[in-house]
Ligand binder design. Structure first.
Ligand code: GAL
Length: 679
């Protein structure tokens, strides 16, 4: 894609930390708005995202616009000192447009065209959609591009949420153009995808189709390229809107990403450099997750954001004050969680906490979604906690603009690897990328070790420990960068299936894990995926589930061996020392205890320190600027925790330490005594 415009110098939308949420005044009579701004002031709200789904309420008919309510809303917010993150409302095309041009809507793999009525019901290759969208964005930017209230542009909403893939004919044509640009020639495409298999050689570009249908066995190269193309097609739309905005306005431009624990629907890491403020929407997923796991999921997502936004703050653009409405059973947050979860993001680099949405909607699809101002109004527990959070964020103003202390551990995560792992005719179709990388990150989190979660192109120079979990698709450059960590004395951990394929999805021959086998001094000749419920014993007392391999040593030593199954006696976990560095291989999906034991070795060997020593579930992260440091302590457990930490607690306004109690479920943020910045 086009050269990125790093937003390092973009002004932050608010003075200090940002606080607020999506504001949808168009859903309410005008009289309610006065109540809104009064209550926003009470809660300390200083930024709202306005107009996200307001295309149809402004452009009421083709090229006929009623700006009156939006003029009024922006003016009112400005008069009350509330900054506006103004959205281009292109996520939800108006009904008149979808009715006149139903071909705008995306087509699913089975040929079904999405009907109107949802959101993001547009195909990024639709020339009609693009024309109408940009025309409206142009009008919006001309009208408000230099309005003093507008401090940030918010392009669309969660691009890819609902339209991550489109399989229509326009997309097929776009895919072919993208392939031409990437590979140069049809012969190169045939070679990259290995189309000799099943006689799928292409003799003309028109023969190439998106992976339509339901057979579930597309050529892996085609599949991966279609995923990449789809991400780039959406990014191209974002960039087209951004370009129009920048034509009329100097206000920084962003869009809200959706980054969680596993593989994302689009490759947002490649989008982040094109945003002035890297912004994420994060909702705690519950299902059956116990407390602690929820918060770990949050920490992992936040660490991914920091990995996409090196050295500069990012912004939590959306989260919830309670149950969302799109999960099967929408869990309310327990008392204290709104504050703790929000400050968990701030601890890890977000310069603010924003929510969907300000006032709960009475009508419409999301009428039962939680909000900052719930249906029950200001006498609700949620409102009280929202006001409390606003007070905390004000108390933390001096933290704004500080950087999270540089991590010495990193984990390489790539959406393409996640896509490859979870699709097609795999040896095991139920492996989960999110589960595997979550297990390793969790063990570090449990030990209060900060870990940047970075995309493959990241420079690894500053890290003493690099973890590479199931990174199935790896190019030579990434493999070389990982090897360089070991060569300069660092520690690397590679887990099963990593490096098995090249960037085209072709298997690297000569023994698994292809790209890393030499570095690891160990290789395997055969995978032994396990059946549901099957476990293989290990000689350290642990067990493997899901995945095992027959490993051979070639310079490495066995640290843990298989103890049962036909692999008994063979290496399961290996280590190869190189000078001061070492390279570890884990050939099996270990349980949490096994992962923890390996992580203990890795930390001891690499010298990567814990922020402090505490029980699992006590989260500790430091942000700093020059010789000033702030220690965030978040207690996700049900017991009070006592830790060795001292300073002035910005939240309670008291000096604490040298031993500090963090109450069960509570948070402290300590301004620590001055000390020289490291390095
Ligand atoms: C987000 C979306 C919001 C709202 C929210 C509900 O994904 O951006 O507009 O729908 O989910 O949780």
């Amino acid at each position: 894609m086009t050269a990125a415009t790093p937003g390092a110098t973009a002004p932050w939308p608010t003075d200090g930390l940002s606080y607020g949420g999506d504001y949808n005044p168009e859903q309410w009579p005008r009289v309610v708005w006065d109540d809104d701004v009064r209550l926003m002031a009470e809660a300390g709200v200083n930024l709202v995202t306005l107009g996200v789904f307001a295309w149809g309420t402004v452009e009421v008919a083709d090229d006929v616009r009623d700006w009156s309510w939006l003029d009024d809303a922006i003016g009112l917010l400005h008069a009350h000192g509330i900054a506006v993150d103004l959205a281009t409302p292109t996520a939800a095309p108006p009904s008149w447009l979808l009715t006149a041009h139903p071909g705008i809507a995306p087509v699913l793999a089975d040929g079904y065209r999405e009907p109107a009525g949802g959101r993001n019901a547009w195909c990024p290759e639709s020339e009609v959609y693009r024309r109408y969208a940009l025309r409206h964005v142009d009008a919006l930017a001309r009208r408000y591009g230099d309005h003093p209230a507008v401090r940030l542009w918010h392009v669309g909403n969660e691009l890819g949420g609902g339209n991550a893939r489109c399989y229509c004919d326009d997309s097929a044509a776009g895919f072919r153009r993208w392939l031409h640009a990437r590979h140069g020639s049809l012969e190169a495409v045939n070679a990259a995808w290995g189309t000799a298999q099943w006689g799928h050689r292409y003799g003309a570009w028109e023969e190439i189709m998106p992976p339509r249908g339901r057979h579930g066995a597309p050529n892996p190269g085609l599949f991966l390229d279609f995923e990449r193309y789809s991400s780039d097609a959406l990014l191209a739309h974002y960039l087209a809107e951004k370009e129009v905005l920048e034509r009329h306005s100097a206000v920084p431009v962003t869009t809200n990403l959706m980054v969680g624990a596993g593989a994302q629907v689009v490759d947002y890491a490649s989008w982040a450099p094109h945003t002035a403020v890297v912004a994420n929407d994060h909702y705690t997923l519950v299902g059956d997750l116990p407390a602690g796991v929820r918060e770990h999921d949050l920490a992992l997502a936040a660490d991914r954001m920091r990995g996409m936004s090196p050295g500069r703050p990012w912004l939590l653009m959306e989260s919830s004050t309670g149950g969302p409405s799109w999960q099967r059973r929408n869990r309310a947050k327990d008392p204290g969680e709104i504050v703790r979860h929000s400050l968990g993001h701030v601890a890890r680099g977000s310069d603010g906490a924003m929510f969907f949405q300000w006032r709960a909607s009475r009508a419409g699809a999301e009428q039962f979604h939680s909000a900052m101002l719930p249906h029950a109004g200001t006498r609700s527990r949620v409102w009280q906690e929202v006001v409390e959070l606003g007070g905390h964020l004000r108390a933390l103003q001096e933290v704004a603009g500080t950087a999270v202390e540089p991590a010495r551990a990193a984990m390489i995560v790539d959406d393409a690897a996640g896509w490859a792992l979870q699709h097609g005719l795999m040896p095991h179709r139920e492996l989960s990328y999110g589960r595997e990388l979550g297990a390793w990150h969790r063990a570090l989190w449990d030990r209060q070790v900060l870990c940047d979660v970075v995309p493959p192109g990241t420079a690894l120079d500053g890290y003493d420990l690099v973890v590479v979990p199931t990174l199935m698709v790896v190019d030579d450059d990434t493999a070389a960068r990982v090897s360089a960590v070991v060569a300069r004395g660092g520690t690397v951990l590679v887990t099963y299936l990593s490096g098995v394929c090249d960037a085209h999805g072709q298997v690297r021959t000569g023994g698994f894990p292809g790209a890393f086998a030499d570095l690891l001094g160990a290789w395997s000749d055969e995978f032994y995926p396990l059946q549901d419920g099957q476990a293989v014993g290990l000689d350290d007392g642990g067990e493997a589930a899901d995945w095992t391999e027959r490993v051979h040593l070639d310079g490495a030593e066995a640290v843990v061996r298989y103890a049962t199954s036909s692999l008994a006696g063979g290496p399961a976990v290996t280590r190869r020392r190189h000078g001061g560095g070492s390279a570890w291989y884990v050939s099996a999906a270990l349980g949490a205890d096994g992962v923890g034991r390996v992580v203990d070795h890795l930390l001891a060997e690499s010298g990567v320190p814990r922020v402090l020593e505490a029980a699992p579930g006590l989260e500790a992260v430091r942000r700093r600027r020059d010789d000033r440091s702030y220690l965030f302590l978040l207690n996700h457990t049900d017991d009070d925790q006592k830790v060795a930490a001292a300073g002035y607690d910005l939240l309670s306004g008291a000096d604490v330490g040298p031993l500090t109690v963090v109450a069960a479920g509570g948070v402290r943020v300590l301004r620590e005594p001055r000390r020289p910045a490291p390095g």
